[in-house]
Write a protein that binds this ligand. Structure first.
Ligand code: ZN
Length: 168
């Protein structure tokens, strides 16, 4: 297992569309383990493969609070099968250090995906989990939270990221 470097906005790889995973082999299992380790090392609640420069349809989510046991969920070839209602969250993203964006998304989503053992599953989620699912699923299509805000906010977010990276 290894922590891999995260690509920050505006890295072009974040705009690429990830490709479907075929067989779930050792390479994919290693990718999933590395993604989980990278996400935990950065204190994130989600990470998509694009963010570490791998164009495969994989993301990991763990929304458990610090004082709760970890609850890692792996999504390979995810598809949002249903979306209902609306909600707004102040979202963060590991590719946007120092910035957040208030984004309007569906309140409840149903996702179909395959796990790291190759089993397909379906998950219905609301609240933060639904937000994380939509945010990470967008990454696989090259869509970022900055695309969901107006031009002024977009500019502010870009400046905050630039500043945070300059201070690193
Ligand atoms: Zn993100």
């Amino acid at each position: 297992m290894a922590v891999r470097p995260i690509h920050n906005y505006p890295a072009p790889v974040l705009r690429e569309v990830a490709q479907a995973v075929g067989e779930i082999d050792d390479e994919i299992r290693t990718l999933v383990e590395d993604m989980a380790e990278t996400m935990y090392a950065a204190n994130g609640v989600g990470l998509a493969a694009n963010q570490i420069g791998i164009l495969k349809r994989v993301f990991v989510i763990d929304i458990a609070a610090d004082d709760e046991p970890s609850a890692l969920t792996v999504f390979i070839n995810p598809e949002i099968a249903d979306a209902q209602g609306t909600q707004s969250w102040e979202e963060g993203c590991l590719s946007f250090p120092g910035a957040t964006a208030e984004v309007k998304r569906a309140e409840t989503v149903t996702v179909r995906a395959t796990d790291a053992e190759g089993n397909s599953f379906e998950l219905e989620a609301d609240g933060l989990m639904a937000v994380a699912l939509q945010h990470e699923n967008d990454h696989l299509d090259g869509i970022l939270m900055i695309d969901k805000v107006n031009a002024i906010k977009k500019h502010l977010i870009a400046r905050k990221v630039e500043k945070a990276l300059a201070e690193e």
